[in-house]
Design a protein around this ligand. Sequence first.
Ligand SMILES: [Zn+2]
Length: 279
Amino acid sequence: MSEINKVLNDESKNDKELIKELSVYVKNHKNKKLPINKEFVKGIIDISLRNSEVDFKKIEFVNDMSIGASWLPESMGLEFNLTGALKYARLLKDYRFHSKVGDNDIFLYYSVIEFVIHELTHARQYYVNLIEKNEVYNSCEELIEKKYDVYRVNHDKVLIERYAHLRGHTLAYEVLSYIYSMEQIQEFRRIIYVYLLMGYKVNHNGDTISALDKYNELMKENSLPIVNIDSNDDMTLYDRLYLGLPISTLEYHRLKLLYADIWHNDDKTQRVKTLINKL
Ligand SMILES: [Zn+2]
């Protein structure tokens, strides 16, 4: 599934540097007890853009009621809504988390980073498709254009959204893991599992339905080719999950057990990827 890999390019060469720069910035901000305001959001965006492979010709910051960011194809520009970003992050902070361990700012830091990375991931997906037409991207675009209601209801299962969620949450978790204790960030690790397992389930025959199957079910005649497990032998379990590809029923059950155990595993050095690939 090289088309999916192209859209994702998850381990892009800049991600390590991006995580490092963001963690230094947030740590400084926290130590100085500065307010989490538009200036803070702008700082997160500046660092993320500096480490983006997308060559934006123009960046505009706007303050209105609309949510998020928009890519401006005519000018190769990006419009980022600072008020919307902050508002959305506050909203997410209030309903997303079960525990509110210690420093409440941690949830806001997390939500701002996740939001910015999510939007920039969409900008990158669009950019990659401009350079070379991409089957996965075009298929998602078609769904959004032709069946907007289906897209809205199944938002998180649409592949470009799935990948934007995964990249946003994974990077936000990695950034905060340099600043906070494991006890404080455990919940974020749980969220990554939720998104990784989204779309997967075992059907009545005992076979595993993958995220890609689920997506194809929505797409019907415009579905992407089904890939079987055998053709993915060279990929790790985490990679297959990340891309939404098939996994075995045994792997599915092991993942469920690992997910249930996540609260008891407080080893900070264990990234989600490492834990899953140990199965
Ligand atoms: Zn999105």
